[in-house]
Design a protein around this ligand. Structure first.
Ligand SMILES: O=P(O)(O)OC[C@H]1O[C@](O)(CO)[C@@H](O)[C@@H]1O
Length: 547
């Protein structure tokens, strides 16, 4: 058996280095090195990563990079790009990168070049999106489409929602996008209140086309359309499907001519670049969608070819792992200072936590080290007025990524300057903190003294030394957004490899699905089955009510 990860020389060297860093404060590292920003920042196109505000000395990165090499990160990276079946538990290749390859490239899966297949679907999507956008695709009464309702969940929802919102300034002026994911009937009911059956297009997005929530919502949407007076033939004009499962699409009643396919080598949470991105393309048009893909491809090329020491996803992955495994950080914040990126944290929750929220390694052995942290975040200054207290003064260490555009899409008065001032102030505050002496002087300056002053001092101290990455970009355009998302995808890949996980399966979501299927008949009046007494008691209360 291989040496356990935590006993490998590279891990042990990091553990020793971590001990030697006790008492090192980033404030002192900055004071000692005026070049630190230049040394620890990296630019790709119009995206800058400043990782200088991390607990890194000149020794840290070389040790982290040694660890990455010892785990053969470069070999695994090559295997992913080459289409090897690195998703072992499902026997699949992991090739979302093939979805953003330019026409003419070659990516072989089982000896077949899949790039022409990718572009054939993109071309079909483009023709369809153009017909809808130009008003040529019409509903059953001959009216052009005004509203698009995407029905999907998880990877068939979060990416399209996040990107569609992020690219709001590029939307078609006469189209509205809506997203229904939750099986809670409230979700679809509220959307259906807003749309007109004659001018609404439903996209049923499901890789498997067996997902309970999506099928329930899809059936409700179709029943609603017919209840609005549409004839059965209208379904063909108002429903399209995005899936890998033509059989189930046909069984639902959608003509497979109205289906946009993708492939089992596209993981759900990595699928927004595929036909799952259809609502994005409808809203921003095929050209902007191509820019999104090109932005992701630029990051793919960077990740694939840049030396590890100058490779954004590698550095972000290693720095994240440094905190999880050597500083006991169990959570991680993503803080976009751009209202259009409001759903980025939710999107990354699935991308990161469904990928690396694993407790056994690739060989099925329980791990004895921490893996993926809990991820959370909120846009801009909203987070500051909610949970930043914990990040600044709480007991857990919460590494955070701060993201902002230099240029706003909405230059309203001084708003953007105010936003950026806050953005910059937060990472500075987390780095420097406020010492007791500084707190004391500040309170004295406010006219306090004696016991009253001393009683307040501990509450006013900020330890600082709290790590952040800053991601600054010129403007949130489709290309930049593609680059940013691919950065996080590859960062997640890096960490999964280093933790020896399969980042591309998600068995952890299955048990709840199985038990829900078993409980459903009980809630519908069927015979009760064996449960723990809490679940049995709750089922009884649900059935009997609390009145
Ligand atoms: O696209 P589908 O097959 O409906 O699956 C939706 C989501 O369900 C999951 O399989 C589990 O929640 C996700 O990985 C996936 O994104």
């Amino acid at each position: 058996m291989d040496t356990p990860l935590v006993e490998t020389p590279a891990w042990q060297a990091l553990a020793r280095h971590r001990q030697a860093m006790d008492g090192v404060h980033m404030r002192d590292l900055f004071a000692a090195d005026p070049e630190r920003f230049d040394k620890y920042s990296l630019k790709l196109g119009t995206l800058l990563l400043d990782y200088s505000k991390n607990r890194l000395t000149d020794e840290t990165l070389p040790l982290l990079l040694d660890f990455a090499r010892a785990r053969d990160l470069e070999g695994w990276r090559e295997a992913m790009f080459a289409g090897s079946p690195i998703n072992l538990t499902e026997g699949r290749a992991v090739l979302h990168t093939a979805l953003r390859q330019p026409k003419g490239a070659t990516v072989l899966v089982d000896g077949r070049n899949v790039v022409p297949d990718v572009h054939a679907v993109l071309d079909r999507m483009g023709a369809f999106a153009t017909a809808v956008r130009d008003g040529e695709w019409r509903g059953w009464t001959g009216q052009p489409i005004t509203d698009i309702v995407n029905i999907g969940i998880g990877g068939s929802d979060l990416g399209p929602v996040m990107v569609t919102q992020a690219l709001t300034p590029y939307h078609h002026p006469h189209l509205q996008a809506h997203f229904v994911s939750n099986v809670d009937g409230t979700h679809i009911a509220e959307v259906l209140k807003k749309v007109d059956a004659e001018t609404t297009l439903f996209i049923i997005a499901s890789k498997t086309f067996t997902t309970q929530e999506t099928l329930a919502n899809a059936h409700t949407a179709r029943d609603w359309l017919l209840a609005q007076g549409a004839p059965a033939e209208a379904v063909a004009k108002h429903f399209v499907a995005v899936s890998t499962n033509a059989k189930e699409v046909a069984a639902f009643g959608i003509d497979t001519d109205n289906m946009f396919g993708f492939w089992d080598w596209v993981g759900g949470r990595y699928s927004l670049w595929s036909a799952i991105g259809l609502p994005i393309m409808l809203m921003v048009g095929p050209d902007r969608f191509a820019e999104l893909l090109a932005g992701a491809h630029a990051m793919d090329e960077h990740f694939r070819t840049a030396p590890l020491a100058a490779n954004m996803p590698v550095l972000m992955g290693l720095i994240g792992l440094w905190y999880v495994n050597f500083w006991d950080a169990q959570s991680y914040a993503v803080l976009p200072y751009d209202q259009y990126l409001a759903r980025l944290p939710a999107y990354l929750q699935q991308a990161d936590m469904e990928s690396n929220g694993k407790g056994v390694d690739r060989d099925g052995r329980p791990v004895d080290y921490s893996t993926g942290p809990a991820l959370f975040g909120e846009p801009g200054t909203n987070g500051q007025h909610a949970f930043y207290q914990l990040i600044h003064q709480g007991t857990p260490l919460i590494p955070a990524d701060f993201l902002a555009p230099i240029e706003t899409q909405n230059p309203v008065g001084r708003h953007h300057t105010l936003l950026l001032a806050n953005f910059l102030a937060q990472t500075e505050a987390l780095l420097l903190g406020k010492t007791e002496d500084e707190a004391r002087a500040e309170l004295a300056g406010q006219g306090l003294d004696g016991e009253e002053l001393e009683a307040l001092v501990p509450h006013k101290v900020f330890t600082g030394n709290r790590p952040t990455n800053t991601l600054l970009f010129q403007k949130l355009d489709p290309h930049t957004l593609g680059t940013l998302i691919a950065l996080y995808e590859h960062k997640i890949f890096v960490q999964g490899i280093l933790w020896n996980l399969n980042s591309f399966d998600q068995w952890g979501v299955e048990l709840g699905k199985q038990l829900a299927k078993a409980i459903l008949p009980e809630l519908e009046g069927g015979a009760r089955r064996g449960h723990d007494c809490s679940t049995a008691g709750l089922i009884r209360v649900v059935r009997e009510g609390l009145r």
